[in-house]
Design a binder for this molecule. Sequence first.
Ligand code: SAM
Length: 328
Amino acid sequence: MRDPFGRNITYLRVSVTDRCDFRCVYCMAEDMTFLPKADILSLEELERLCGAFIALGVTKLRITGGEPLVRRDVMRLIDALGARLGHGLEELTLTTNASQLARFAEPLRAAGVRRINVSLDTLNAATFTAITRWGRIERTLDGIFAAKAAGLAVKINMVALKGVNEDEIDTMIAWCGEHGFDLCLIETMPLGEIEGDRTAQYLPLSLVRARLARRWTLTPSEYRTGGPARYETIGETGRRIGFITPLTHNFCESCNRVRLTCTGTLFMCLGQEDAADLRAVLRRETGDDALLDAIQAAIARKPKGHDFIIDRDHRRPALARHMSMTGG
Ligand code: SAM
């Protein structure tokens, strides 16, 4: 599938639920209203939709949420998608907060998952609970080490938050080096209403990188995962560090992704409102022809890029929907 700007769309992120067992301060308000169950696609519907994307040339699927591992029977979907590896699908991955990962690590590996992203913004137990509001770091760390023991490659995603975890990045680099994990730093994006002030949280990664370069030997790397991160290698640990910089460096020109919500809405860009309702087509038609047409029509509308801005004049979110809806 080629979009109007010549970009080949090969990567689908699928949010399987909007629910989460954490309430990270930059992601959700504490008192969130979740979608009614009837609006949410069944696991069979999600599988059918993913199959249509694979038929159209998607080779990489990332299961996300909300927290994907809190969706009941999610392994049924992951097993079914895993069976498509080698038949058009080349990679099946997952983004998780790892709270449930201790019991899912082995089944994920058995389903064909080889790499996972785990969100971990701090190694400090008190800061972890302050950021996630409801989380306990022990469970997340147990999940991460269960994944490592199961043979899954782990990449840690850390959202860089001004005055919250910015002093912990060196510690995180050293810890990741010790355990053999890559690390990816992410700028906060202005998605959804939260209780705090985003300008207070925003920390430009250009600044972080300059600080890190004083202590670590960073060498730009050609490594790409198909995602938006730019990587460097850290001489001292031998591991990679990625930077996802939607605000300081727009990453849209190489965008190969689209995002499906758990209600079957397809967002062609994380940072724009335009979307296609695939659930209506899916539930109306028993054959897949109309579905394939609807997906292709949506890709033909993929916008050139987003235009996130965070500054004192733009205190409102750029978009009303939360990351947990579109899927991170
Ligand atoms: N629950 C899973 C997890 O914790 O990884 C998957 C969904 S979560 C929405 C995916 C990623 O989005 C996490 O790494 C989270 O830190 C990040 N995220 C959420 N809201 C964000 C925001 N406003 N700006 C930047 N990253 C955000």
